[in-house]
Design a protein around this ligand. Structure first.
Ligand SMILES: Cc1cc2nc3c(=O)[nH]c(=O)nc-3n(C[C@H](O)[C@H](O)[C@H](O)COP(=O)(O)OP(=O)(O)OC[C@H]3O[C@@H](n4cnc5c(N)ncnc54)[C@H](O)[C@@H]3O)c2cc1C
Length: 244
């Protein structure tokens, strides 16, 4: 058995799959924003001309064979072939391990970008409800809404201090951060947001932990918000690995 990822030689099936479906990139920059957050720039000819919009996903091959984890590009320069992700190394898993070990110059194969959330033209007011895994999406939406009132954001997080650092690095200035373990405060913050926004044509974008999305969707439905004004995508769920 090979002892490290470097020593592992992909088999024929894996090599064929990679060649046909994956884009080859190189890690151009890694910024450790805090203990668990990393800003990662990927670049490569293969990214040039890709079709991308805010809310699309990019799957990164973090280990082999066929082990990918999903991220949300913050910006995508299709002319230069360069994109940026914010990764949250939550704990144990091949995605978190990759985030902790990734270095400038590493080869990195990606699948995508592909459509994930249908955000439309973002012309009206937007509320983002999510967690650490949604910060990249928030930054992409803030950039897309530049020059107008940006999205209102509520995020449930493990650490407010660490999350504030990450949001600062992304230029997401105003966000309500509620610690996940404080269930009562979390529900209160969400409820205040729903009552402020549910009547004004706001688009509600729900991402992050599956259970929290379900709660938010139920609360919005109870306030009469039509399903057409809610878009959601579970980014992770306890006990489930590698959601895409
Ligand atoms: C469309 C989409 C876009 C995403 N965008 C981003 C992004 O931009 N940045 C980002 O950091 N993540 C993003 N994610 C989430 C990320 O893909 C997952 O967190 C991923 O599962 C982590 O991989 P892992 O190998 O560390 O853990 P896994 O092997 O996938 O999971 C191991 C265990 O950890 C738990 N777990 C997974 N994620 C978390 C978490 N965030 N917090 C606490 N426990 C967790 C799982 O429930 C599982 O029990 C996105 C996911 C999707 C589907």
């Amino acid at each position: 058995m090979p002892s490290t990822e470097e020593e592992r030689r992909p088999g024929l099936l894996e090599r064929t799959f990679d060649r046909l479906l994956l884009r080859n990139t190189r890690v151009a920059a890694v910024q450790q924003v805090s203990e668990r957050f990393r800003l990662i720039d990927l670049e490569g000819e293969a990214l040039k001309g890709a079709a991308w919009a805010p809310g699309h996903k990019l799957q990164v091959k973090v280990a082999g064979p066929f082990t990918a984890r999903t991220f949300t590009p913050i910006v995508f320069d299709v002319m230069r072939g360069r994109t940026r992700l914010l990764g949250y190394a939550h704990g144990a898993g091949p995605g978190s391990d990759w985030l902790r070990r990734v270095q400038v110059g590493d080869a990195c194969q990606v699948f995508g970008p592909h459509r994930s959330l249908a955000l439309g033209d973002l012309a009206g007011p937007v509320v983002l409800h999510g967690d650490e895994t949604s910060f990249g999406l928030a930054a992409a939406v803030v950039a897309a809404m530049a020059g107008r009132e940006g999205p209102r954001c509520v995020f449930e997080v493990e650490s407010r201090a660490e999350s504030a650092l990450a949001l600062q690095a992304l230029g997401v200035a105003t966000a309500v951060l509620v610690e996940r373990r404080d269930e009562a405060l979390r529900m209160q913050a969400a409820s205040e947001l729903w009552s402020q926004c549910s009547g004004d044509g706001t688009l509600f974008v729900l991402t992050g932990r599956a259970q929290s999305i379900q709660q938010a969707r139920q609360a919005l439905k109870a306030r009469g918000v039509p399903g057409s004004r809610i878009v959601s995508k579970a980014y992770w769920a306890p006990g489930k690995a590698g959601m895409d």
